[in-house]
Design a protein around this ligand. Sequence first.
Ligand SMILES: [Zn+2]
Length: 431
Amino acid sequence: MDETTKLKCPMPDTHNRLNQAFSLFENILEDYQDILRFTSALNNLIQNLRNVTFVLQKELAHTDGFFDWYSKKQTEMQDDDVLKWLIKARNYVVKEGDLKKKSIARVRLKNHFDQDLLEMELDPSFSTEKIAKDFCKQSTLKIQKNLEEQTIIEIERIWIIDEYPQAEIIDVLIYCLGVITNLVYLCHEEILNTNFLICENNLYIDPLKDLMVTLHNKIRKGRITRINYKTREIYGDISEIINRPDTKTLKEAQKRYGDKQKYLLSLMDKSNKNIPFNNISYHIEMAKHLFNTDGYLVPMAFLYFPDRIPMHITLGLDDPAKKYLIFEKLSETVEETGCEAIIVVTESWMGTMPKKNEEYIPAYIQKKKEFIWIIGATPDKKEEYKMEILRDKNGKIKLNKEEKLSSERNYSLDRIYKNWEIKKKLKKGLL
Ligand SMILES: [Zn+2]
């Protein structure tokens, strides 16, 4: 953001307190696995969230219109069960002691879906990494030999508070943070006539991202360990695997793909109408050009928006297990940005499905047919194209003309569709 356009904060005491709450949330990622540090961080967080409203009332006590405005907000907040619980929890923490809590481990098998395997109460001193390794060693899971290497076991630790067993405690507090942030936001806008987003103290709110979803996804990373069932490799944060092009690689690309790129860019529809489908032909031509130049294609996802330029994510699909994690990361980004129009361009293998009594062999092991695959998807529509990659005896490659497919189910997009469905239901008030 341009520094010169920032506005002086009209309620700095409150806004600073709110920022402190945000920074406590960011730190909780490191404290989540340690009972002592987690308890202390939790107590701080609960008190800090509650204090924002105390400071707010004090700071604006003499501001015109505030008293009536806040009384109305207070009535609304008194109807909110989660906030009611927050007030009780804060009083308990200040006057009586720590909230009683349980550490629970959830074990999941991960492929393009999350299959829950078991849930158990857990000695808080066991690390999720130890549990993951023990689980793989002792597991009696029946997994086909040739699928073991692409099987990921995920161990998630969650803290549940006895007085609020409905949800993981930090998710409950993220909800409270959302409500309180909205209160401070409205106070800037409605009482003090200041644009909150360009307030000098706005360090945490990105108007292009959903605050609660983004924070939830980020903190969840501190709660989980993922391990490859066969190799026992522990997977780190997948966003570190997704490499972004820097200026140097962009320059090299410019040189490599040359003038054709200009022509290709001219195929791009910039009207933002009928996104992303109006740009499928552009992505098809681009994929052909890149493949013909390089002999391979870096898989990418493009997120389109009605009011801004598209985002792209490199899907570095170097091993089949990581592919699940990268598609999960994609689905998180789609959720965080509220995107409803994506294009995925990737290479994929196609194989034959097993006959009766035959073992299922993954397509990338069968290596029957290889394709470039382009999918455009919105919550209500999907369009797919495939181009077959042909290799002759000398290893020379040729790309067949694109073929439109009748829409099949794409397991890799299942998570995205699941989130879109939830959003649709929320909009209709069904949830
Ligand atoms: Zn401010």
